[in-house]
Design a binder for this molecule. Structure first.
Ligand SMILES: [Zn+2]
Length: 89
């Protein structure tokens, strides 16, 4: 399992601007995700981490395959101005 790191903004829980946001990272299992067998150690294919702010972007697309969903998210974000303040980078 990979440690939480937002696919969208690359934020990690330790870098979160507020302690309240820690631990609220969401692992979204997309349609092509496979359930790893018990005892398996690794990051499940098709599962992607999102920070609390971007979790809805993933959750809204969990019925899609991960590559399709991530492309769609990138396309959506590409049309929006960057909103992340300098402090987040
Ligand atoms: Zn994020």
């Amino acid at each position: 399992m990979l440690p939480p790191r937002c696919h969208v903004c690359h934020l990690e829980p330790g870098q979160s601007p507020s302690d309240g946001a820690r631990g609220k990272f969401v692992l979204v299992y997309f349609a092509d995700a496979v359930n790893p067998p018990p005892g398996w150690v690794g990051h499940p294919a098709g599962a992607v981490w999102f920070c609390p702010e971007h979790a809805p972007l993933g959750a809204e697309r969990e019925h899609l395959a991960s590559d399709t969903a991530l492309r769609d998210i990138d396309a959506v974000l590409g049309r929006l101005p960057r909103r992340l303040p300098e402090a987040y980078r």
